[in-house]
Design a protein around this ligand. Structure first.
Ligand SMILES: Cc1cc2nc3c(=O)[nH]c(=O)nc-3n(C[C@H](O)[C@H](O)[C@H](O)COP(=O)(O)O)c2cc1C
Length: 259
């Protein structure tokens, strides 16, 4: 009987396809928990980096145990303890009309269209005193939605650290939001002026460090003005009354956001 028949060739090809698809789907299912665990660890690492608490070689979960996760109701600025903070996913909530709002066009400077009603915040306390507030913020750059963690000191004003952990801007241009030197310039900058008006601003070009307003200003990224404008806009959205403004005001007024 002939070995090289069309039926045999097709049978071998079909069997090979079945075996390969079983292998690929088994690997995908088996590796999913590992992938999710790595994603969670990466998020924790970024939060620790923003807060200045990352120590290479140390156990991330152990370092993260210093950080308290809370959910904030953005409209009131109050903590919402009725939500399971560990399970809350802001990116899922924003797609649910019952748990999110459409942002009016004139307020949507971050160009995100909708925002979840509640947002997670990460707090570090020492001796009962609030030391660090880490806020998740996001908004459109040139090509992508950029996601960042902005860490403020307990005064709810002074920047402690900044990390962009998810974006699709061009490496070497807008992707320089990840550049350590660029991020480092933020440390010590003040978001609000003495009357608590939003004063933070990213310039096109370099900041004149002799000027008093330099305390609120950061250098733009050269060759990436459009990404820089996006970063400026997303900060203006999330630090305003429409974002974390009420929460930050409450921290200032109550001296440490107890709860
Ligand atoms: C392939 C390509 C990728 C670019 N990627 C970015 C980017 O990620 N972010 C950005 O702001 N500009 C990017 N630009 C440049 C913008 O089109 C624009 O020229 C620039 O933002 C202007 O910034 P400047 O005024 O600082 O030169 C890119 C341009 C090209 C051709």
């Amino acid at each position: 009987m002939a070995k090289d028949t069309i039926t045999k060739t097709l049978t071998v090809a079909a069997l090979l396809c079945i075996v390969c698809s079983v292998l690929v789907s088994t690997a995908a299912v088996k590796l999913k928990p590992l992938q999710e665990r790595n994603k969670a660890l990466s998020t924790k690492k970024n939060i620790l980096q923003a807060a200045g608490l990352m120590e290479e070689g140390k156990d991330i979960d152990q370092l993260f145990s210093k950080i308290q996760l809370k959910i904030v109701d953005l409209a009131s600025g109050e903590f919402d303890d009725n939500i399971n903070a560990e399970k809350y996913n802001q990116r899922v909530a924003v797609k649910d009309p019952a748990r999110s709002i459409q942002i009016p066009g004139d307020q949507d400077v971050a160009k995100i269209k909708r925002r979840a009603l509640k947002a997670p915040v990460f707090l570090v306390r020492e001796g009962g005193k609030l030391q660090t507030i880490i806020l998740p913020i996001h908004g459109k750059g040139l090509w992508s939605t950029m996601y960042a963690f902005l860490a403020l000191e307990g005064d709810a004003n002074t920047v402690k650290g900044y990390t962009f952990y998810d974006h699709g801007e061009t490496p070497g241009l807008g992707g320089e939001v990840d550049n350590t030197l660029w991020k480092q310039q933020w440390v010590g900058k003040k978001i609000f002026d003495k009357d608590w008006n939003l004063a933070v601003e990213i310039l096109k070009g370099k900041v004149n460090r002799q000027k008093p307003e330099a305390i609120h200003q950061a250098d733009g990224l050269s060759g990436a003005t459009l990404t820089t404008v996006g970063v400026n806009n997303l900060m203006h959205y999330w630090l305003s009354e429409n974002g974390f403004g009420k929460f930050l005001a409450r921290i200032r007024n109550q001296g440490g956001g107890n709860g």
